[in-house]
Design a protein. Structure first.
Lengths: 439, 481
């Protein structure tokens, strides 16, 4: 029977030899293991608690082909609309899942910072990558991750030696040049931040053209003692794109992760962010802003695991939903027994702008230790008619008043973006947001 | 304020309802098949429709599998190793007069603090006492009948008010609703039935008292309360069981129906035997409770204090169908030793301008596991729906756990939904402050726990509120430190 699962297996058999890392036995083994898990478990089903609100059939039933070479013939000027800034930013560009040397810009990287294409690096130093590529999770809800384990093509490897600082933001840009032949890209990124290092990393996804395509991305971030990483994720693919992504982060003592997510594009988007606070005084903050319109589906899952004492986490996710959009937020905080003095709070606030939009939010706590301070909250509401009236009574027209309130709702998250360069870039995307056209 | 001795004596007395009444009973052999269901139905001399209803539910149940999604853990239940019917032999099913009730039974309830004789019973509380599978006595019936209120055991209602039963039974919790509801529908033995006619305000609290006495039996009672237009009723439910080292299953169903302008207040103080400190024995309390605000401006409120049971697994819910209807849920769940609780509520907003409030307080001590699981669902047509939920958890000791799983699903932009939750322990500063004012550590903990639950406890009728406070103290045994 030709199910999507068996078709991907056939694809894997066909492509295996051309995928990066085939020459290294352990890496080849990892890919085969990923495929085996995927064969066993298949795609997750909506019956699983974690996938309850995700229209997973609509994502997985379509068959995508996988490109095993980079798309040629793009000119640097084609990229301009998508770039944070032409100058002042390190840039790694991946087209259709593969690294493009000519479009990237890594001039003046400081000593001690290594930024490479994964596909290139597996040939030179496969042993170095192996521990980061090994996926410890396996289960029936991990189908997309296993598919990435088996078929990942390329991505960025970033290594910051102890004490190094990346003063300019590093932009990892994933562009899919769409065509009638729907394609799946499977990027895989690894970020290792050594002790006392500091970096701004921006991951962004976009499409050229309006044909359907799919992205199945996976990033691993490891923060050593006292490291500080800003990780900003911008999802801005076209409105027929499917996006499934996972970020796995592990933090050692005194490290700090600032994760920010801005999701404006795609037809169906599901992003998972998992953080392990595995060292005393480790701290993370997860922010998210998503705007859905039309028939967009936006789905965000976060988990924070406080495995060590004195760790802190905070989360703020805001959703703005118009048209027939469907938003999902599902966050879980876990504190195992005997882990003391953790602090965590979690807030999901949502704005519904139309009668047909829907939000399902589920902020969860699993607390097994008593010396904790934990709180979470969720709100769903619409624009306050009194606030709208107030603004209109001051002479603003209805749509300006409306936009002003929406802007105010999002402002808190936009303000937190650093550096200024990146903030301006995200604000530009936000202001283009389609909620404006809603009456 | 209780003095220290009072707390200590309360602590040492542990489960005071753990005695067994030595009374001959008619207990049918363990096992479940169609024959057993026919036997139960025959013993209760039920009309034909009831047997057909039970059998349909049983056939449905056979095709169902036991749910496993909750956070509670228990060994597999052998449904063939439970006796589905047990009745004290001396009880005459037709006895309405208290004179005919076995004095031993009356003494049992006396000992539990629920006097059944009218003279002694608390002024203003009518009691339906259920002993194992049957209702032994219902008090104040005549007084209530004058107002047209029907308050009797379910078995009696099935025979005497079959039209009402046929119309409403299973209309809120259908027989095939879930695994335990289907099991209940096929084997339910007794329970309370209550009908308040239009415009009547029930002058006294109605109450059911459940007691499991026989060993190796399960209790499957079914309660149905109908408040007709513009009526009002406040209903109390209490429960206890003897101390036994084997787990016993209690799978009840409670259905509430509120018509236009009616109000139902349902309060539970659940004190089933929780098992010993090592987690042996105790009741599995797997209950389906659901109310429907069928008419406009109707109100249903659930108030529960869950201190007993080895495992509590229930979600008293409200379907807010009528325009402007109101649903409320107030809960205190205490888990100590090896008790587990997975409880919460569902508020389904269907009608315009429906409102709901959820207030849940979870307290975990010892190895207790306490989970709040709640759903607030606003359907697309529920214009102007409003919900506020608050769930707080208090942890006493570092081996217990508190989990919170709120589900919020909103499909209407004019609705407003808020949820907030906190988890923390009693801080050293709070304890220090109380102790510095002269309270012992136990008193301080008791005071703080009481304050934590205050908002819920004050929703209970007075007599229950006092009992609930005492229960909280008793059940916190050994968790202070």
């Amino acid at each position: 029977m030709n199910t999507p699962v068996t078709l991907y297996r056939d694809l894997f058999t066909e492509l295996e030899k051309s995928l990066p890392g085939y020459d290294s036995l352990p890496l080849r083994g990892l890919r085969q293991e990923g495929m085996q898990h995927f064969m066993d478990k298949g795609f997750p089903s909506q019956r699983l608690e974690n996938w309850k609100y995700t229209p997973v059939k609509a994502i997985s039933q379509k068959i995508y082909h996988i490109n095993n070479h980079a798309c040629q013939g793009l000119d640097p000027s084609d990229l301009l609309p998508y770039l944070i800034a032409p100058l002042g930013v390190y840039r790694l560009v991946f087209v259709n899942g593969w690294f493009s040397q000519t479009l990237s810009d890594l001039h003046d990287l400081p000593d001690g910072v290594r930024v490479e294409s994964m596909a290139k690096l597996v040939k030179e130093a496969p042993d170095m990558l192996e521990p980061y590529l090994k996926n410890k999770k396996s289960g029936s809800d991990q189908g997309f991750t296993h598919l990435n384990d088996a078929l990942w093509s390329d991505g960025a490897y970033i290594h910051l030696s102890p004490g190094t600082r990346l003063e300019r933001p590093l932009h990892l840009f994933f562009l899919t040049a769409t065509s009638k032949k729907s394609m799946m890209t499977l990027p895989r990124n690894i970020v290792v931040a050594g002790a006392d290092s500091h970096a701004w990393i921006v991951e962004s996804f976009a499409s050229l053209g309006h044909f359907p395509h799919m992205t199945n991305a996976h990033s691993t971030i490891v923060l050593h003692d006292h490291a500080h990483v800003h990780h900003l994720l911008h999802l801005g693919e076209n409105h027929s794109a499917q996006h499934v992504g996972t970020v796995e982060s592990t933090q050692k003592g005194d490290s700090r992760l600032d994760s920010q997510l801005f999701s404006f594009g795609g037809e169906r988007t599901r992003q998972e962010i998992h953080v392990q606070l595995a060292g005393e005084q480790a701290e993370c903050s997860l922010d998210g802003l998503f705007i859905g319109n039309g028939r967009q589906h936006m789905d965000f899952h976060t988990s924070i695991h406080h495995t060590h004492a004195n760790t802190r986490s905070q989360q703020l996710y805001k959703g703005i939903l118009a048209g027939h959009a469907h938003g999902v937020f599902n966050g879980i905080i876990t504190v195992p027994p005997h882990v003391h003095h953790t602090q965590s709070n979690q807030l999901s606030t949502n704005l519904l702008l139309s009668d047909t939009a829907e939000i399902d939010t589920k902020p969860q706590l699993e607390i097994n230790s008593d010396a904790v301070q934990c709180s979470h909250g969720a709100t769903v509401g619409s624009l306050d008619p009194e606030a709208l009236f107030y603004l209109q009574s001051r002479g603003l027209d209805a749509s300006t008043a409306r936009n002003l309130l929406i802007q105010g709702f999002a402002e808190e998250l936009l303000q937190r973006i650093t550096p200024k360069l990146v903030q301006n870039w995200i604000e530009k995307h936000f202001n283009k947001g389609e909620y404006h056209h809603e009456s | 304020m209780l003095d220290s001795n009072a707390v200590n004596s309360a602590i040492s007395q542990s489960y005071k309802h753990g005695f067994v009444t030595a009374i001959p009973s008619d207990t049918i052999p363990t096992g479940l098949d169609e024959g057993v269901i026919r036997l139960i139905s025959a013993k209760k001399r039920e009309p034909e429709f009831m047997l057909a209803w039970r059998l349909a539910a049983y056939r449905h149940w056979q095709g169902m599998t036991e749910p496993r999604w909750s956070s509670v853990r228990y060994p597999t239940i052998d449904y063939q190793n439970i006796s589905y019917y047990s009745s004290p032999l001396t009880n005459n099913p037709d006895s309405i007069d208290l004179k005919d009730v076995d004095p031993k039974l009356l003494a049992t309830y006396e000992k539990l603090g629920i006097p059944l004789s009218e003279r002694l019973s608390l002024a203003g509380v009518a009691v339906d006492a259920v002993f194992d599978s049957v209702s032994v006595a219902t008090t104040h019936k005549k007084k209530l009948a004058k107002l047209g209120i029907v308050f009797c055991s379910m078995s009696e209602a099935v025979r005497e008010h079959s039209a009402l039963v046929q119309r409403f039974l299973g209309s809120v919790v259908p027989p095939g609703d879930n695994f335990f509801a289907a099991l209940n529908a096929s084997v339910f033995s007794d329970g309370s039935f209550c009908y308040i006619p239009p415009g009547v305000r029930c002058p006294m609290e109605l109450s059911t008292y459940f007691r499991i006495n026989a060993a190796g039996t399960g209790q499957f009672e079914r309660t149905l309360i109908i408040a007709d237009k513009n009526s009002y009723v406040s209903y109390l439910e209490g429960c206890t069981a003897p101390q036994r080292d084997r787990h016993q299953l209690h799978a009840a169903v409670v259905e509430l129906i509120a018509m236009e302008g009616a109000e139902i207040k349902y309060s539970t103080v659940q004190n089933w035997y929780p098992g010993d400190a090592e987690g042996n024995g105790g009741i599995y309390n797997f209950v389906t409770k659901r109310g429907e605000c069928r008419g406009d401006r109707s109100r249903i409120s659930w108030t529960q204090v869950e201190t007993g049971s080895a495992i509590t697994w229930k979600y008293p819910s409200v379907i807010l169908r009528g325009e402007g209807s109101v649903g409320r849920f107030h809960s205190v769940a205490l888990t100590n030793n090896h008790q587990q609780a997975d409880t919460g509520t569902k508020m389904i907003h269907i009608g315009h301008n429906t409102r709901s409030t959820i207030l849940s307080k979870g307290i975990s001590a010892g190895f207790g596991h306490n989970a709040y699981r709640g759903l607030v669902k606003v359907l697309a047509g529920a214009q102007g729906a409003r919900n506020h939920s608050q769930c707080d958890s208090l942890l006493l000791g570092n081996t217990c756990s508190a989990h919170t799983y709120p589900y919020i699903e909103v499909k209407n932009k004019t609705s407003k939904v808020e949820h907030e939750a906190t988890t923390s322990r009693i801080s050293e500063e709070q304890l220090f402050y109380c102790q510095q004012r002269g309270l012992s550590r136990e008193q301080a903990v008791s005071l703080i726990v009481n304050g934590f639950c205050q908002e819920v406890l004050r929703e209970l009728p007075m007599e229950f509120s006092v009992e609930a406070r005492k229960l909280l103290e008793v059940n916190l045994e050994g968790s202070v430190g």
